[in-house]
Every structure is written in C-alpha cells, then in structure tokens.
Write a protein that binds this ligand. Sequence first.
Ligand code: W29
Ligand code: MN
Ligand code: MN
Ligand code: MN
Length: 268
Amino acid sequence: VLKTPEEIEKMRVACRLAAEVLDHIAPFVKPGVTTGELDRLCHDYMVNVQDTIPAPLNYAPPGYTPYPKSICTSINHQVCHGIPGDKPLKKGDSLNIDITVIKDGFHGDTSRMFLVGGDAAASIAARRLSQITYECMWLGIAEVRPGSRLGDIGAVIQKHAEGNGYSVVREFCGHGIGRKFHEEPQVLHYGKAGTGPELLPGMIFTIEPMVNAGKAAISELPDGWTIVTKDRSLSAQWEHTVVVTETGVEVLTLSDKCPPPPAIVATR
Ligand SMILES: CCc1ccsc1-c1ccc(O)c(O)c1
Ligand SMILES: [Mn+2]
Ligand SMILES: [Mn+2]
Ligand SMILES: [Mn+2]
C-alpha cells in the first residue's frame, strides 16, 4: 500500500531512530559483553532516550510464542531471530543486530553485521561473507526505482551471492513496512528479473538478504525462535528500509557509519 508524503515523513523519523540505535550500540560490541547486555543497553536507549517502542518485544506472528527481548542478535551460523542471552561474545564472532522501533505509530527496521574484536580479529571467511552480503543488499537497493519489478531486486541479490559461491536463505524475506511491522509485499532475495509486482512511488519495504557460506538449508532451534544454517556454516544479514521515490530510491535507515560501497554508488 502506498504511503502519503506525511506518512513517508513519519517513516523517515522512525527509520532514522532505528539507525541511531545501531550507531549507539556499536561501541559496546566487544569481546566479553553478552548479547543480553546489548539488549538491555538498546532497550534503555529506545525507551528512555528515544521514546520509541521496541517492536520485537512480545511480538508474536501467528503460531509463534511472544518474542522475549527488544532486539535480535544472531551470531555466526545463526541466520536470524537470535535471542539475546548470557553467552559472552568472543573475538572473531560475527554478529547481526536487528533493530525495529515504533515511533508515532510507524516502524523503522534495520540490521548490521559486527565483527567482534574488530575486522582483523574475524576470519577472512567471516569478513568476506559479511562484505558480499553488504554488497547484495546495496545491489538490491540500486534496483529500486518506479517501474522496476520486485524480481529485479531478488535477481541481483541471488546472482551476487551465488556468483561468490554462497547461498541465499529462501524462507525469510524483506517486507512492506509502515504502521505494521510486516505488510505487503514480500521482497524475495532471489528470483527472475522483470517478474513480480511493479515498484511505485510511495512503496516502503525492507531489503534484508540472509546469505550462507554453505548451503541454503536452515533449521529452527528448540527456543522456538533462533534460525540456524543446517550445515552450521556462517550466515550474514544486512537490512535497510527504503522508499520508492519519483526518481529512484531513498534509504530511510541510512547512517553515515555504513555508506553504500563505492562501486555501487558509481553505478547509480
Ligand atoms: C523478533 C522479531 C521477529 C519475530 C518473528 S520474525 C521477526 C523479525 C526479525 C527481524 C526482522 O527484520 C523482521 O522483519 C522480522
Ligand atoms: Mn529487521
Ligand atoms: Mn525486517
Ligand atoms: Mn548471522
């Protein structure tokens, strides 16, 4: 469903706030800190500083038990929906922190990868997977303009991931977003160019590719939430919320700490 200019302005605010939570938490992501502590720090910042509501807290899609925490923290072979807990992060861990805030009734949804202990501490494999996945997200974003099709986004993401020997998770996708956390359309991270619904100005959705170093197959942990790769290979995910503009795309969850890769900016 298309957003009015007033709704787009409210989404700009919610999305900027979501990006600011990731900017805020970044310095705390260090060996020894637990994801539970990161959750507490993010929760307090959202509720006490931003006056936003953490959308994941008590979120329960049909068939799920309510999610118990305010952020998602997915480590290494965890694909998504990892629940913050008491295990300390260690040097070399690759961590996705996924933030969704609600401000003035609108949702802002974004996630980033963090290599614990700094880039040098991570394995080359973890660093490369995170970088390629980052490029997948930005290649998808670069396809967004009026007249494009959702299949154009999926196709470039799939091509770049598989072209680098990785696989794309199929069971979870990007999504429309606004007054609801998840709206139409589903934004698949694979597909065929020129197919699927056409993009129109005022559409707002996330692009959030999950890319596995090994095979695409996933399984769910007994906690009822955490998704892991079946083959225990590493997985990475990056997420932005974008709006289709009259001339192209606006990334609503942009932060100057995570700019588009140079090559992709050049092609835009
Ligand atoms: C905790 C949030 C949640 C629960 C079931 S799916 C889900 C989720 C997590 C991150 C997301 O970016 C998203 O779109 C949905
Ligand atoms: Mn998210
Ligand atoms: Mn999302
Ligand atoms: Mn991961």
